[in-house]
Ligand binder design. Structure first.
Ligand code: PEP
Ligand code: MG
Length: 586
C-alpha cells in the first residue's frame, strides 16, 4: 500500500470509456487460471483431508447462499434460481462419493481429487445431446472454481461482494463479470484491454461508473491498496494523486455538476429543434432495474432492450418463465411507451459459458441471429416469452446482426410458428407486434431497400457497423485508434442507410453508442434519423443540444462534412457545431 502524501505521483493513459471521476483504493483483480496443486497424502492423513474438504464445502455453501439472497433481493427470485442449482451441484452425493473414492485410491491431496472428478463430470455433460444437461457444464465449472478457491485458500476478489468501496483494476472485465459487479461498492474501473464499445463499458456508462480502458499494463503498474484517481472524461489514471491534483479535480467536478444541472433542467421538455423538427429520444436498457432512471430521464420508451444480461446473470439459458417475467417487467414499467426487445445477441464478447458460442473470431462467428437460427429451441423459448410479454404493453421485436434477407425471413418464419403455437394454446399476445432488424453488418446496409420493405422499423447498431466496416475489432486496444465513428466511410454508410429507410417510410433509429454523443447526435438528426436510442444517463445533454440547434443547420453540417476526406477535419466541424450550440456549457 502506498501513502498518497509521500509517494510520487504517476500518470497512466488509456481510453476514456465512461465519463466521471473516481477516487479511492485500487483492487487489482486477476483472472488467472487456478493452479491446482498435486501431492501425496499419507494413509493416516486421509481423515484430516476429508475434514478439510467438509470445511470447504460449508464455506462454499455459505458463499453461494449469500450471493443467492442478494440476487433475489435486487433482481428477484427468478434470477436467483440459478444459485439453487449451484447448491445442488455442490452437495451432489454421487460426485462427493466419487471424490472420496478418488482420494482413497490415489492418495493424492483432496483439491487434486476434486478437480479430477469435476473435470470428468464436465466432459461427460459436455458430450450430452440434451441441451438442459449440456447447460450443467457451466454450473459445475462455477461451483468447482469456488470450492477450489476455498480449498486452496487463495485470496480472491469477488466482484459481486467487494469488501469496501474500490476501484477495480483488471486485465479485462467480461460482460459476465460486469453482470456480477457490486454496484454499491464499485467506484470505477480500469482495464488493460478493451475499447469504448465493449459491453462492460456500455454497462459502466449506463450505471454512471467512471472507466478508463485500453491502458495495456495498468495491472502491472498498480497494486491493490494503491490510492488512485480515475478520470473517465480524459482517459487518465493518477496513482498517488497530490493534494493539488485532488483540489483541481474537486473544482472541475463542481463545474461539471453545474453544467449537468442545466442540462437536466430541460429534461421534461420535448426533443425539438429551434426550427420545430422533432426526434424521439429513447433509452438503451438491460433490464427493469434501469426503468426508474428511464422514466426520470423522460425517455420516449426503450429503443434497445439488450436481453443478454438476463442470460449472463443466469450463466446459461433461462427458462421461458424467467424470461417472461423479465420482459413483462420492462414492458409494464414503460407503460404505453414502446419497448424494442432485441432477441439474444450472444457471442462476440458476450459468452455465457456455452462452448457452442466460443470460437476464435467470435465477432464474425456464431453470434446473435446466427446462433439463434442454429439453436431453434433457445430462440423459440425467447420468442414465446417476448410474445407473451407483449400482451402487457407496447413491445416490439428486433433481430440483431441480420446480414441478409434469408436470415430475416427465417427468423420471421420461426416467429410465425411460435405465434401459432400460442394461438393454439389460447395464450394472449399482441397480434400486431412490430418486427424490426438491426442494421449493423455492412451487407445489411447495402441491401437497405430490401430490408426496409420487409420490416416495421430499423435500428443502426453503429458499435458493430463501425467494427465490421473498418475491420477493427471493437475490443482490441491495439487497434482502438482505428475505431473511428467519423470515418468518411462510416458517414456515407449511415447516410445511405437513413436515406434508404426514409425512402421506404420505415422508421430509422440509431442505437449504437454514437447516439449518446452530441457531436454525432446533430449529424444523425441532419441525416434524417427518426429516433436515437441511448444510455439514459446521457439523455439530458443530448436533449439540451437538440433543443439548441436547427434542423436546417444540421442538414448544412451533413452536406459540409460529407465532402471531407479525413476524419480529423470532420471531427473538427462536428465539434465546432457542438460548441456553437452549447455555448459556455461546451
Ligand atoms: C451496436 O452494435 O451498435 C449495438 C447497439 O449492439 P451491441 O452494442 O449490443 O452489439
Ligand atoms: Mg451490435
Amino acid at each position: 500500500m502506498t501513502d498518497p502524501h509521500t509517494k510520487e505521483e504517476i500518470i497512466l493513459e488509456g481510453i476514456a470509456a465512461s465519463p466521471g471521476v473516481a477516487h479511492g483504493r485500487a483492487v487489482v483483480y486477476l483472472q488467472k487460471q487456478l493452479d491446482v496443486p498435486c501431492y501425496d497424502i499419507a494413509a493416516d492423513k486421509i481423515t484430516s483431508e476429508l475434514e478439510r474438504f467438509d470445511k470447504a464445502i460449508l464455506e462454499t455453501r455459505a458463499e453461494i447462499t449469500e450471493v443467492r439472497d442478494q440476487i433475489a433481493k435486487s433482481l428477484g427470485e427468478g434470477e436467483a434460481r440459478i444459485f439453487d442449482a449451484h447448491l445442488l451441484v455442490l452437495e451432489d452425493n454421487a460426485l462427493l462419493d466419487e471424490v472420496t473414492a478418488e482420494l482413497q485410491s490415489t492418495q493424492k491431496n483432496i483439491e487434486f481429487c476434486y478437480n479430477n472428478v469435476a473435470q470428468r463430470y464436465i466432459s461427460f455433460f459436455r458430450s450430452m445431446e440434451d441441451e438442459y444437461l449440456r447447460e450443467r457444464v457451466s454450473d459445475i465449472g462455477d461451483v468447482s472454481r469456488r470450492l477450489l478457491h476455498n480449498l486452496i485458500g487463495m485470496q480472491k476478489v469477488n466482484l459481486g461482494q467487494l469488501a469496501a468501496e474500490s476501484v477495480i483494476v483488471s486485465e479485462d472485465i467480461s460482460p459476465s463479470d460486469a453482470a456480477d459487479l457490486d454496484r454499491n461498492k464499485l467506484l470505477g474501473f480500469v482495464t488493460d484491454a478493451g475499447g469504448k464499445t465493449s459491453h462492460s463499458v456500455i454497462m459502466a456508462r449506463s450505471l454512471r461508473i467512471p472507466a478508463v480502458v485500453g491502458t495495456h499494463d495498468a495491472t502491472k503498474r498498480i497494486v491493490s491498496g494503491d490510492h488512485i484517481l480515475v478520470d473517465g472524461h480524459d482517459g487518465i489514471i493518477v496513482i498517488n494523486p497530490t493534494e493539488d491534483r485532488l483540489y483541481k479535480y474537486g473544482k472541475l467536478a463542481s463545474e461539471r455538476q453545474k453544467r449537468d444541472d442545466t442540462f437536466s433542467s430541460f429534461i421534461a421538455e420535448p426533443a425539438v429543434t429551434l426550427d420545430g423538427a422533432s426526434i424521439s429520444l429513447m433509452a438503451n436498457v438491460e433490464g427493469v432495474q434501469e426503468m426508474e432512471q428511464v422514466k426520470q430521464m423522460h425517455a420516449e420508451g426503450v429503443g434497445l432492450f439488450r436481453t443478454e444480461g438476463i442470460f449472463l446473470r443466469h450463466h446459461g439459458y433461462p427458462p421461458e418463465s424467467v424470461q417472461y417475467d423479465a420482459y413483462r417487467a420492462v414492458v409494464e414499467a414503460a407503460g404505453e411507451d414502446p419497448v424494442i426487445i432485441r432477441t439474444l445477441d450472444v457471442g462476440g464478447d458476450k459468452t455465457i459459458g456455452d462452448d457452442n458460442v466460443k470460437d476464435d473470431n467470435s465477432f464474425m462467428g456464431f453470434r446473435a441471429i446466427r446462433f439463434c437460427l442454429g439453436n431453434e429451441a433457445i430462440f423459440a423459448t425467447q420468442l414465446r416469452a417476448i410474445l407473451r410479454a407483449s400482451a402487457h404493453g407496447n413491445a416490439k421485436i428486433m433481430y440483431p446482426m441480420i446480414s441478409g434477407m434469408n436470415e430475416l425471413r427465417m427468423a420471421n418464419r420461426m416467429l410465425e410458428s411460435v405465434k401459432q403455437e400460442l394461438r393454439d394454446a389460447g395464450e394472449a399476445f399482441d397480434e400486431g407486434i412490430e418486427v424490426g432488424a438491426m442494421v449493423e453488418v455492412p451487407s445489411a446496409a447495402v441491401i437497405i431497400d430490401l430490408l426496409a420493405a420487409e420490416t416495421d422499423f430499423l435500428s443502426i447498431g453503429t458499435n458493430d457497423l463501425i467494427q465490421y466496416l473498418i475491420a477493427v475489432d471493437r475490443l482490441n486496444d491495439q487497434v482502438a485508434h482505428l475505431y473511428d465513428p467519423a470515418h468518411p466511410a462510416v458517414l456515407r454508410t449511415l447516410k445511405a442507410i437513413i436515406d434508404g429507410a426514409n425512402a421506404a417510410n420505415t422508421p430509422i433509429s440509431i442505437c449504437g453508442e454514437i447516439a449518446g454523443d452530441p457531436i454525432f447526435a446533430g449529424l444523425l438528426l441532419g441525416m434524417g434519423a427518426t429516433s436515437l436510442s441511448l444510455t439514459s444517463s446521457l439523455l439530458p445533454e443530448v436533449k439540451y443540444f437538440i433543443r439548441h440547434i436547427t434542423k436546417s443547420d444540421a442538414e448544412a453540417l451533413v452536406a459540409e462534412v460529407m465532402q471531407l476526406g479525413e476524419s480529423t477535419d470532420i471531427v473538427q466541424k462536428l465539434e465546432a457545431f457542438r460548441q456553437k450550440a452549447l455555448g459556455d456549457l461546451a
